[in-house]
Design a protein around this ligand. Structure first.
Ligand SMILES: *Cc1c(COP(=O)(O)O)cnc(C)c1O
Length: 443
């Protein structure tokens, strides 16, 4: 593409294309990508950037991975898609079987969806339908049917659809505008006990109190295990997750683990729940499920939940996406998981964790930096004030890296295959950009 074509592309983009969480009049530049391979993005103007984001947690093996390309092209030769009502196919069956195998024990039924937000909607509907169905089969019918609310953690993020928005942080969740239409749910403070620390009983008191008082109205607790992602990039105590699971059990409330960001190794364990050695009743996966190739997500639940919903009127789970179990997406997801399981991903994530810890630490000496934290292949530099997006975005691209901050958070979650040298370029760029232009941390 020559420079005239590129400027036409970018002005057409500005005229008609809406980007995520953005204004059509934004000053923040967008960059046209021509191709991507390994951890490199090649821009239309010829520049190469090292990618620090793996496209929002997704591209865990990097881009243009031969095995994943093959999986998708082979599948394309037999069929791109068929409806999933009344039909089934090998890619979907193999994928669901694999998901049951690798997720925590007791998650036996898989419902496929197209995106993370929808997987969360499905989880919430499953929880509500479970209590309704259980009510049908017991003498407590009217009572159990009241279990239609949710409890979640502040600083949580679960997606952008209406159900998901209703359990996102009500303040930082970017959805206050819709508060008039959102279902009213319960919130507890984000866990004060950090990862690696014990959790004192008082730090669970609020959760316990709300469950104690309102459990008859609450279908489920929904949380992101260990890592709160887009709602603040916080890592919390394993103890908290263990105790939260116990409280759910004690008060007859289901636990929904939203592993859409944490799933597939990102936090150092295959799933965030494994840190605490717990099995949730319902689990959502998405994002890196297909290695960043196609949009696909899944909601898993216990046999007890799927049986209870199926055995009682209306004997149907009330959901069915048009593109459910898309064969291309299922094939690439299956190959993505096989590739992960046969790769030394634990070593890679550990190596990345150690490097991020060593190399981001020096950011603490910058006056604009409030905190530096690392867990698994996630490195976070939290600033005292929100960054100035237009200037910091340009500065990172000029430094040859793709890093996309939000609010006060400048963070990395690279592909697991990134080399130490490539990673060093990312961490150096963060330090240099924050150091050279302190204004990034002041606006
Ligand atoms: C990204 C994310 C979602 C939403 O997924 P989409 O695919 O963007 O709809 C839900 N929960 C968590 C924890 C996420 O990180």
């Amino acid at each position: 593409m020559n420079s005239t074509q590129l400027s036409t592309l970018l002005s057409d983009d500005k005229n008609s294309v809406w980007h995520p969480y953005s204004s059509t009049h934004s000053d923040t530049p967008v960059f046209a990508v021509k191709s991507a391979k390994g951890v490199y993005l090649t821009l239309e103007d010829g520049r190469q950037l090292i990618d620090g984001m793996s496209s929002w947690w997704c591209a865990i093996h990097g881009y243009n991975v031969p095995e994943l390309n093959d999986a998708i092209t082979q599948q394309l030769d037999s069929m791109a898609h068929v409806m999933f009502g009344g039909l089934t196919h090998e890619p979907a069956v193999k994928l669901c079987k694999k998901l049951v195998e690798i997720t925590p024990a007791g998650l036996d039924s898989v419902f496929l969806a197209d995106s993370g937000s929808v997987a969360v909607e499905i989880a919430m509907k499953m929880a509500i339908q479970y209590w309704q169905a259980l009510g049908q089969s017991s003498s407590q019918q009217s009572k159990l049917c009241n279990k239609q609310k949710f409890i979640s953690l502040r600083n949580g993020y679960h997606g952008d659809t209406f159900g998901a928005m209703s359990v996102c942080d009500p303040v930082t969740g970017m959805h206050t505008l819709f508060s008039g239409i959102l279902a009213k749910n319960y919130f507890v403070a984000s866990p004060a006990c950090r990862f690696g620390e014990p959790c004192l009983e008082e730090q669970l008191e609020e959760l316990k109190r709300i469950l104690e008082t309102n459990h008859e109205l609450i279908a489920a607790l929904i949380l992101e295990p260990i890592v709160q992602g887009a709602g603040g990039m916080k890592f919390y105590s394993i103890d908290y997750l263990v105790q939260a699971k116990n409280l759910c059990k004690q008060f007859d409330v289901l636990l929904i683990a939203d592993e859409i960001a944490t799933g597939f190794g990102r936090s150092g364990k295959m799933f965030g729940c494994e840190h605490a050695n717990i099995s949730p009743d319902i689990m959502c996966v998405g994002k890196s499920l297909t290695g960043g190739y196609m949009t696909l997500a899944a909601t898993l639940c216990s046999r007890k939940i799927s049986d209870t919903i199926s055995d009682n009127p209306p004997h149907t789970f009330m959901h069915g996406p048009t593109f459910m179990a898309n064969p291309l997406a299922c094939s690439v997801a299956l190959e993505n998981i096989n590739l992960l399981m046969t790769s030394p991903w634990q070593e890679n994530v550990k190596r990345i964790e150690q490097r991020l810890k060593n190399e981001l630490e020096k950011c603490r000496e910058l006056a604009t930096v409030d905190d530096v934290r690392v867990l698994g292949a996630i490195g976070v530099v939290e600033l005292k004030e929100a960054v100035d997006m237009p200037s910091i975005q340009q500065a990172f691209v000029d430094a040859g890296v793709w890093i996309r901050p939000f609010g006060k958070l400048v963070y990395l979650m690279p592909a697991y295959i990134i080399t130490n040298e490539q990673l060093k370029k990312l961490t150096d760029a963060i330090f240099d950009v924050l150091k050279d232009d302190p204004k990034h941390g002041k606006h």
